[in-house]
Design a protein around this ligand. Sequence first.
Ligand code: GN1
Ligand code: MG
Length: 351
Amino acid sequence: MESVLDAIAEPYGFSTRASLTPIGEGHINRTWLLRDGERRAVVQQLNTQVFRDTRALTDNALVVERHLLDKRRRGDYSLEVLLQLPCSRGRYLHGPAEDIRVLAYFPDSESIQVLENPLQAELAARAFADFAAALADLEAAALRTILPDFLNLQKRFEQFEVACRVDVVGRVAQCRAAIAFCQAQTPLLQAWRAMVAHLPLRVCHNDCKVNNLLFDAGTGAPLAVIDLDTCWAGHLMTDFGDLVRTCCSPEAEDSVNLARVTAREDIFAALARGYSSSLAGTITQAERQSLALGAEVCCFMQGMRFLTDHLGGDSYFGVGHPGHNLERAKNQFQLYRSLVSQRDALARYFD
Ligand code: GN1
Ligand code: MG
């Protein structure tokens, strides 16, 4: 942490006595709130195992920021824009590995881990939909796809199968049931393949977890979409899907209280309402019809990614304790099952 502060103190004129307090719930990068007298900023250390090209990442985020700022100036986007802050010499990346960056801090903001009511869901969906609508006229080619096949269910299946075959840390034997469950989901893969063939690629957030939205702590209104690291060409199907994945359950993503992990229909309905209304002029009919499937795909795919990482020795997602990724996987599979069991009822919200 000292080296993090060392890397930015001089370029930004921060005192070496500034404090860094961990914030956020991200599984990949490390994030701190910097306090230096009255000054506040967010400091991040990028995970260069995942994001090898931190310059490309920065360039992408700058393109998105500028586009959103332009929209905001013209009155076409009302949320705040998360800004990367350059140092006095105009540099965004610091430290020998060019993996440290400084972001603007929004005072009196908070993120929500587990939603309490449908109003929060509707507001969150509107915010992410407003974000997508504001980026609808940005050419997808303006952004580099830094992690190819990031939300490609076929590729995620392949990675899972490799992890089962290699069994690098000998965990396959303890995960037979979860593995068999994944292997039985090929009909979902077929449905996904058939659906994506009809969907336009557009600039997406690609990580629409509800905790990637800041709310105003006083009013509860959405304030800013954050974590722009995966903004590149994608499908609205999986953006909406990630919202369902992270909003609908009354339990956190890693809760082991599986009896309580269900997709709440009132929350789903509010998400569908909010997303549809803000994207009404933008979304195609095929995209609209893909959203409910996107929810199933995201919950299952995330569960399979967690299981793959468990089998691979927890090398990708940060874990708090042994078995954490397996717990997360079981949680996500449970949520997926809940969605599947309500499939017909949920699809009606997109009639
Ligand atoms: C990771 O870093 P974070 O927490 O924003 C992951 C997402 C997953 C998510 C699961 C680059 O996001 O794809 O959906 O964890 N990001 C990357 O909570 O892999
Ligand atoms: Mg992220």
